[in-house]
Design a protein around this ligand. Structure first.
Ligand SMILES: [Zn+2]
Ligand SMILES: [Zn+2]
Length: 173
């Protein structure tokens, strides 16, 4: 039988503790140490949708002040996004242009609403359309209309579409 409080580490470096009485322990009786510690601090069980973030991004560092409780995965993702920005350019609130891959002030990066919210420099996207149009020998304005809002996926627009296999625009005279 396993001893209570026996700790193991998984392949990602997260620690688990043998605590079979915990309502959310796994089938083998283990529960994530970082979650257990946060639960001790806030005085209740964490919901399954709540996520614990490691401030220094070291999964094995489960000191209280290294743990941040996030209400859900979305919130957690934003923390990581801001961390990446801070590490890359020194500004947590700067956004990345998916075309040139550079970070820039939020006022310089356009972020379309909707499912795909990758930001871009308007100038980068204009160049992207021009280049795309040139490659395909078509009018840049028509090319722009054929691409979906995020500028990455070819879409059915105005009766034309891009065939990935033949690498041709279909429906253009
Ligand atoms: Zn995290
Ligand atoms: Zn750019």
């Amino acid at each position: 039988m396993r001893k209570l409080n026996h700790k193991i580490k998984n392949n990602f470096g997260y620690e688990f503790i043998y605590t079979p009485d915990h309502p959310n322990s796994n089938g083998k009786g283990f529960f994530a140490v970082h979650r257990l510690i946060v639960e001790g601090v806030i005085g209740r069980y964490l919901k399954k949708t709540e996520v614990v973030h490691h401030f220094d991004e070291i999964p094995g560092n489960n000191k209280k002040d290294n743990l941040v409780a996030c209400e859900n995965e979305n919130y957690h993702r934003i923390i990581h996004q801001r961390l990446r920005a801070y590490k890359s350019c020194g500004h947590a609130n700067w956004k990345k242009c998916y075309i040139c891959k550079e970070y820039d002030a939020p006022s310089k990066i356009k972020t379309p609403a909707g499912r795909n919210r990758s930001g871009f420099h308007p100038e980068c996207r204009k160049n992207f359309y021009r280049k795309r149009a040139k490659e395909n020998g078509i009018d840049p304005e028509i090319s722009k209309k054929m691409w979906s809002q995020d500028g990455r996926r070819p879409g059915f627009k105005n009766g034309v579409y891009y065939n990935r296999h033949s690498k041709k625009w279909i429906g253009i005279n």
